[in-house]
Design a protein around this ligand. Structure first.
Ligand SMILES: Nc1ncnc2c1ncn2[C@@H]1O[C@H](COP(=O)(O)OP(=O)(O)O)[C@@H](O)[C@H]1O
Ligand SMILES: O=C(O)C1=C[C@@H](OP(=O)(O)O)[C@@H](O)[C@H](O)C1
Ligand SMILES: [Mg+2]
Length: 174
């Protein structure tokens, strides 16, 4: 049975985009915790945060992570999933965790081009570039703590998929 594959990393690193391509390449099912949750509660993340605050969203996010975790799935998580120690341990124990790592400039360029405000309400109230830099400084160590493998997510999506597949080969051989 194939373990679930969890993709973690900052907003804009490509978890959703690369996750879908990886699932197609591996013949696995693809699930995105944010999409699953928004469909489940019929509300955008921005609305959940408006109504219940970030703590309310984080509790729902953990429940979504638990609900979607199953073998033979590629699971794209939200950028803040690693804030919870429970989530970090859960993913490491249940599957293979890949950190899609990209520099602030790449992340900020992507988020400026495709902000998707309903899915990504501001975390700090600051301009995108400043926010990305501040948030990544706080979270990079958490992504690394959660991950079994780190890949360069600044590369084109097809190359990121190939690099993840190489990491998965290593994981399966060990
Ligand atoms: N490797 C990549 N190269 C170029 N653009 C990318 C790459 N990965 C994602 N993108 C683009 O960046 C934006 C954010 O990607 P997304 O997959 O939603 O990131 P995340 O789910 O990590 O927040 C999208 O518009 C997507 O097309
Ligand atoms: O970084 C974060 O705290 C968040 C990232 C978003 O997902 P993406 O990383 O897919 O944009 C989404 O879960 C929510 O807006 C919170
Ligand atoms: Mg996403």
């Amino acid at each position: 049975m194939t373990l679930p594959i969890f993709l973690v990393g900052a907003r804009g690193c490509g978890k959703t985009t690369v996750g879908l391509a990886l699932a197609l390449a591996q013949g696995c099912e693809f699930i995105d915790t944010d999409h699953w949750l928004q469909e489940e509660v019929k509300q955008s993340i921005a609305t959940i945060v408006d109504n219940e605050g970030w703590d309310g969203f984080r509790a729902k996010e953990t429940a979504a992570l638990e609900a979607v975790t199953a073998p033979a799935r590629v699971i794209a998580t939200g950028g803040g999933i690693v804030l919870s120690e429970y989530n970090r341990r859960f993913m490491r124990e249940k599957g293979v965790v890949i950190y899609l790592c990209a520099p602030v400039s790449v992340l900020a360029d992507r988020l400026e081009a495709f902000p998707e405000e309903g899915q990504r309400p501001t975390l700090t109230g600051k301009p995108i570039s400043e926010e990305v830099s501040e948030v990544l400084a706080l979270r990079d160590a958490l992504y690394r703590e959660a991950a079994h493998y780190v890949v360069d997510a600044a590369l084109p999506p097809e190359q990121v998929v190939t690099d993840i597949e190489a990491a998965l080969q290593l994981a399966r051989a060990s």
